[in-house]
Design a protein around this ligand. Structure first.
Ligand code: ATP
Ligand code: MG
Length: 321
């Protein structure tokens, strides 16, 4: 597979002090053409901030403190400014599609405007193309829906519109931050199917953040397990679900004895993750880990390759608790 996105050493800092508090990182991420990378972790582990850092749309007070971000452009790795990625190479699909839609523009005009901006075509052409895009993302009766205002659409349709906007931008990478959480189950499945179809048809690279392990197992080629701002285990999804090596991943999966039958949502693990201000020098999971030893508290384990083709950051990787 060919590379699409390559992030190394990404760190997100709170403020700009000389020794900043860093809720996320350092971490590395890669994404290939046509690949779906799942990011899983408890609430507060840094999933959303990681996606926001990629587009440089971090909330006030947070900054990208370190890291390089490269994308593949016409066969070459380049390091573009974030503003050149937003609404172009990379699209963001969030949990709240309404926020991405201008309430004062009809749906067809919204999409048409983006088409015109990106292709410089005429108003009439952009209108036809907008309707085409609506059809591509499965909006029924697209000619009629194009005349609707955003508030006249259901959550599922709004999410389809946001996805069509990313296609209008010719985005090659979609960052999906729990895009289906606010939707009911049937609509969730339809949106996931749509994303998978587009991934196949257009070779889109997708980073998919969710709490839903059953869903991630179904759609992700590779997964990253995040804990307290760091990736603690990563690799092909099938391998990690078959034989998780990190005690945190094991706890996550053990809390889901029958992943197919359950809702798939993360179950609570005893204890709570540390706050970024309390991150220790050692393993951040140590306080909740049955295997933790002095070594775990003294130094932070880094990601290391395993025989299974995965990477794990644990001094006791693979040991049964
Ligand atoms: N605006 C902010 N200012 C300061 N710290 C923040 C801010 N937003 C997030 N954080 C810190 O960064 C951590 C990661 O937040 P993030 O929103 O990325 O978590 P998440 O994994 O997306 O969680 P969830 O599953 O609940 O969406 C939080 O625990 C919090 O400590
Ligand atoms: Mg989040």
């Amino acid at each position: 597979m060919s590379g699409l996105l390559d992030i190394t050493n990404l760190r997100i800092d709170l403020g700009q002090a000389r020794t900043p508090v860093s809720p996320v990182g350092p971490l590395d991420l890669t994404l290939d053409v046509g690949e779906c990378l799942g990011i899983v972790g408890e609430s507060g582990s840094g999933k959303s901030l990681t996606l926001k850092a990629i587009l440089d749309v971090l909330p006030e007070g947070l900054v990208r403190g370190a890291g390089t971000l490269r994308v593949m452009e016409q066969g070459k790795w380049v390091e573009p400014a974030a503003k050149d990625l937003r609404g172009r190479k990379i699209g963001l699909i969030s949990q709240e599609p309404g926020a991405a839609l201008d309430p004062l523009m009809r749906v067809g005009d919204l999409i048409g405007e983006i088409v015109r901006l990106h292709s410089g075509c005429s108003r009439a052409e952009s209108k036809t193309r907008a309707i085409d895009l609506l059809r591509q993302v499965g909006v029924p009766d697209p000619e009629k829906r194009a005349t609707f205002w955003p508030h006249e659409l259901s959550g599922g349709l709004k999410q389809r519109i946001v996805i069509s906007m990313a296609l209008a931008c010719k985005s090659e990478i979609l960052l999906c931050d729990e895009p289906t959480t606010a939707l009911d189950v049937t609509i969730q499945a339809q949106i996931v199917d749509l994303l998978r179809d587009l991934q196949k048809q257009h070779g889109l690279g997708i980073i998919f953040v969710t709490h839903d392990l059953a869903l991630i197992r179904q759609i992700a080629d590779r997964i990253c397990i995040m804990y307290a701002g760091l990736i603690v285990e990563t690799g092909p999804s099938a391998e990690i679900f078959k034989a998780p090596q990190h005690p945190y991943t094991r706890a996550l999966l053990a809390a889901l004895p029958d992943i197919e039958a359950s809702s798939g949502n993360l179950q609570p693990i005893e204890g709570t993750p540390p706050n970024p201000t309390d991150f220790s020098v050692g393993c951040r999971f140590a306080a909740r880990c049955a295997l933790a030893t002095e070594a775990c508290r003294a130094a932070r384990p880094l990601l290391e390759k395993t025989e299974r083709g995965t990477m794990v950051a644990c001094f006791h990787a693979g040991v049964a608790p």
